[in-house]
Ligand binder design. Sequence first.
Ligand code: 16C
Length: 247
Amino acid sequence: AERQRDRVDLPPPGVDNRITAHRLWPEIDRISTEQISAAFEGVGGEIGWQLFAEEGDMRMYRREMEVDGMVMDPLKAMHRVKGVSARELCHYFFNPRYRYDWETTLETMTIVEEVSPDAMIFHQTFKRVWPASQRDALFWSHVRAAPHHTYAVTNHSTTHVDYPANTGACIRLFVTVCLACRTTAPPGEAPTRDNITTSIAYCSTVNPGGWAPAGVLRAVYKREYPKFLKRFTQYVIDQCQDKPLAI
Ligand code: 16C
């Protein structure tokens, strides 16, 4: 029963029509489309992506960017994993049931609104980074299928009357994140756990929302992004091990 329950809410192969009626739909659709097409663009070319972490098949790049003295370095990570599908990776990233298992920067997570099976609004607070104030975030999250055996989750900051910013101990940060995954099997072969490879592109831009020392912030993300991607992918591999492949 547990095994069945775990799978019923896998990301749907098409957009759920409950989401298209929501007030946020035009924004969700536009930003998700932009993020997914940018995710698989290379890191070569003129806009100088700088490699800052490399381990096995994982590579992480950043662009140093400061606006009014605040660090907003965009991050782009590329990774490859074997034996799990794009749909499975996105399922575990999107579904709040698993979030505390792999997300180590979290203090609290609240579901603000369940828009549809493929879209939700979350409020999260994060562990405090000394000497800065604690941060929180309010964002929509949307999972969708895309062409070429791709699934992607896009998270983007929004507002909500019940969760006003900067009223308590936390400073509100702003985030745009996209986890885009594409699965391939050898030509002519049916996909199985033993022959599939999934390419992952993870893009993130965090605006800290208020003062935080640049040196501390860069040191924190240099440590936390690789830790997140390694831990998350290993978590999905472990979870999927004895389950039928979901493509
Ligand atoms: O994408 C990730 N997680 C998703 C589900 O939770 C979602 C979350 C996005 C929020 C990303 C911002 C995280 C800020 C964390 C604040 C610092 C915590 C450090 C704890 C150290 C003990 O899309 C995976 C997210 C992986 C996060 C890596 C950390 C990035 C740090 C960026 C700098 C934040 C500025 C903080 C200002 C003090």
